[in-house]
Ligand binder design. Structure first.
Ligand code: F6R
Length: 614
């Protein structure tokens, strides 16, 4: 949520900052702005709407050259998304410019203090007060770094702040509390970004910052302190993906590219996680096997799509480990006073690793002495840093706001966790674990086959362009997939879409069925538990009431044709792994329908990637 860039070096800061903002625009696109240290007061420009509006403004009224600058792309919290509320915000005398991600919770009190001192605030934002406070601290002497320290000590809430001082072109100073910020380490230049995409085209060397830290970058130096000014060491790391991963590679949308990357992403998520005999090894765990043997309850916390990955995981984990597993929306979790003990394992699932709701949930869990394991895609992000163990999903950067390969690899990682627990606790036979590991290894090929045969889905999207309501039905692990299919349509096509457990239909939702209503139905594989037959009955019931049924079913499942208006075939796999395949057509359908409706698939309205406010 909000993208932040900072630069000091030898290049034109405007070019570097705008390029960084372009790569971070998925984090927020309500407005964009830039500020530069030049000879004289700060030079700045900001504009409501997408980055293109700012670029147009800069083309018409160029800013003076500069090698020190900051930029911001906004997802609005305090104040409407207009020009005035766009970042950067300036101090009263335009000496300091500041960009911000997060929420300053005590802003009302600080605002009153600034106004009482006679300073006029121009915007409705919480950010502007920080710019004023830093400028006032600077006016009393000292450096921008010292002023930042003084002000951070007074701020409550979660924030990343990045500031420049018109009187000191040599440095950019940033502070971080519970919001993302990484440093890019260059040669004769250094960078700041909300994530590494901001500077990946310049350097793949990065420095991770901890909680409550301040970083000062100059051309040749990076120094980190805590909020009290005591020097601390950041953690240096090499970014294992390159510029091409952050580009569209010929696809119309990042989302489509990311859907098509899923066979590779599944392979990477599995890589190095098991030996040739199929025995699992989770190399990133800091929770011992003895501690895992003690676990008597698992609670998965997550939001949105990641929550649905958690719902899928519950079925697999309980089946393989016999440990009770609950799944909770992270924002509900800590407010209901959950029962947690030392033998509770809390699993946080988050693509970004920065989702504030999930972060707060794991902080609560840790205060209750529960063990926390993160399933996360973003190296060095806050959630894994604050967890006892982490299983990285290795999906590569996910830039489309709607999660696809992130979801896919969250499911894969959760399966691996379930199998590992089963192995450690001896609750599944070794050959059963090995069989599932082998089946997981087949998934990239199966997903590729679905992708290769996606033409029918494009025709379906064409046909359903006029639909205003779409329903999704599933049972067992197909139920979370129904929820995920509906969420994808809501966020991309702005349609009213709902997912239901098929067994629940007759308890109310069947009243929604009317002639022509499109209903996607995920049919479980045939097995001993009659789930398949029950799902087929549900399809018959809605078909009898005129629904237009789109039935997703295994390759060799015959006899269903007479109840299906459209059939989508899935390769035959075991029930627990079917979500890996069933979600793919639903992702493609949502992407295609939204494209045909003329929506911005990568940047849906009102949304942003990485929700760093509660
Ligand atoms: C939907 C989507 C969101 C995220 C949710 C959690 O397509 O992407 O629902 O899944 O905001 O985000 P992470 O996984 O970053 O914690």
């Amino acid at each position: 949520m909000c993208g932040i860039v900072g630069y000091v070096g030898e290049k034109q800061a405007q070019d570097v900052v705008i390029e960084g903002l372009r790569r971070l625009e998925y984090r927020g696109y309500d407005s964009a702005g830039i500020a530069l240290v030049v000879d004289g007061p700060i030079a700045w420009a900001k504009k409501a709407g997408k980055l293109a509006n700012l670029e147009k403004e800069l083309a018409e009224s160029p800013l003076p050259g500069s090698t020190t600058g900051i930029g911001h792309t906004r997802w609005a919290t305090h104040g409407a998304p207009n020009d005035v509320n766009a970042h950067p915000h300036l101090g009263g005398h335009h000496r300091v410019a500041l960009v911000h991600n997060g929420i300053i919770e005590n802003f009302a009190e600080l605002r009153a203090e600034i106004e009482a001192a006679g300073d006029e605030l121009r915007s409705e934002t919480d950010t502007e007060i920080a710019a004023h406070l830093i400028e006032r601290a600077l006016a009393e002497g000292g450096t921008l770094t010292e002023a930042m320290q003084q002000v951070c000590a007074r701020l409550e809430g979660a924030f990343t702040l990045v500031a420049i001082d018109a009187e000191d072109p040599s440095r950019v100073v940033a502070a971080r509390r519970s919001s993302p910020l990484v440093v890019g380490l260059g040669d004769g230049e250094n960078f700041l970004g909300s994530d590494v995409a901001a500077f990946i085209q310049h350097t793949r060397e990065a420095l991770e910052l901890g909680q409550d830290q301040i970083v000062t970058i100059t051309r040749d130096d990076v120094s980190v302190t805590d909020f009290d000014g005591r020097p601390v060491e950041g953690t240096r790391y090499h970014v294992d993906w390159d510029l091409s991963a952050a580009e569209k590679d010929g696809y119309d949308w990042f989302m489509r590219k990311e859907i098509f990357e899923q066979p590779r992403a599944i392979g990477d998520a599995l890589l190095g996680r098991h030996d040739p005999a199929g025995r699992l090894q989770l190399d990133e765990g800091r929770i011992s096997d003895d501690e895992l043997r003690e676990v008597d309850k698992i609670i998965i916390v997550a939001c949105g799509t990641a929550f649905y990955a958690g719902l899928v995981a519950k079925y697999a984990i309980e089946h393989w480990t016999r440990i009770p597993c609950e799944v909770e929306l992270a924002h509900e979790f800590r407010y209901r006073d959950p029962i947690l003990t030392r033998s509770t394992l809390v699993v946080a699932i988050s693509q970004s690793g920065e989702t504030a709701d999930t972060l707060m949930a794991i902080r609560h869990a840790r205060t209750q002495r529960a063990k926390v394991l993160a399933i996360c895609n973003t190296n060095g992000s806050t959630i894994p840093r604050e967890s006892d163990a982490v299983l990285y999903t290795h999906a590569g950067p996910e830039i489309g706001v709607a999660s696809t390969k992130g979801f896919m690899t969250q499911m894969i990682a959760a399966y691996l966790l379930g199998l590992y627990l089963a192995q450690v606790r001896g609750t599944s036979y070794a050959d059963e674990i090995a069989r599932v590991v082998t089946e997981l290894g087949d998934m990239p090929g199966h997903v590729q086959r679905i992708l290769d045969g996606s033409d029918d889905l494009y025709a379906l999207a064409e046909e359903l362009q006029q639909a205003r309501v779409v329903l999704f039905l599933g049972r067992h692990v197909g139920y979370p997939i129904a929820l995920e299919g509906a969420l994808k349509l809501k966020e991309l096509a702005y349609l009213h879409a709902e997912g239901f457990a098929a067994g629940e239909l007759k308890h109310g939702p069947i009243a929604l069925i009317e002639p022509g209503l499109p209903v996607f139905c995920v049919v479980p594989p045939r097995g001993r538990d009659q789930l398949h037959e029950k799902m087929v009955s549900a399809i018959q019931e809605i078909r009898a009431r005129g629904a237009r049924t789109i039935v997703m079913v295994e390759d060799d499942d015959t006899g269903i044709e007479e109840f299906a208006d459209t059939i989508i075939r899935l390769p035959r796999v075991s029930t627990l792994l079917q979500p890996v395949l069933a979600v793919v057509p639903l992702q493609l359908f949502a992407c295609e329908l939204a494209t045909r409706l003329g929506h911005d698939v990568d940047q849906p309205r009102n949304l942003a990637k990485s929700v760093t406010v509660e």
